[in-house]
Design a binder for this molecule. Structure first.
Ligand SMILES: [Zn+2]
Ligand SMILES: [Zn+2]
Length: 144
């Protein structure tokens, strides 16, 4: 068996550091209004990991948490304000932003919440209206 690979991540300034180990449950891009507003960008490159795959290695007491809803606990660095992941307790998964784990090869398989898009991306990947059916969404696919 292969050793599980570990990738290092951090906030923008580096005072919060963490690792992710193994492989994510899913990868893709989210176009929802919450991701756009929180990130300041037009899409969020997400990777969803089991919570135990994510370990804080430095600066745990420097992590701020904000939750507008009980679905998403958003984590940010109290020094630089940089965002690095969001815990989704309902899904039992943690979304680690691809930009926060630069050595990890982010391979998107799907776009979600495309009904809210402000930036159409013609990459041939499926464009889900909201979420996959197995995650409680409609599973409906929209044109690019
Ligand atoms: Zn920071
Ligand atoms: Zn989103």
């Amino acid at each position: 068996m292969n050793e599980q690979q570990t990738y290092r991540g951090s906030c923008f300034c580096g005072s919060v550091q963490f690792t992710v180990t193994g492989a994510p449950e899913a990868m893709g891009y989210c176009h929802c209004e919450s991701c756009r507003h929180w990130s300041g960008g037009p899409v969020n490159a997400f990777s969803l990991w089991k919570p135990e795959a994510v370990q804080i290695t430095r600066g745990a007491d420097n992590i701020g948490t904000y939750h507008k809803t009980d679905n998403s606990y958003r984590k940010w660095c109290k020094t630089c304000g940089g965002h690095f992941f969001t815990e989704h307790p309902g899904m039992g998964l943690t979304d680690v932003y691809a930009a926060a784990i630069p050595d990890f090869d982010h391979q998107a398989a799907v776009h979600v919440n495309y009904q809210e898009t402000t930036l159409r991306i013609k990459d041939g990947l499926p464009k889900l209206k909201d979420f996959p059916a197995e995650m409680g969404g409609s599973g409906d696919v929209l044109p690019e």
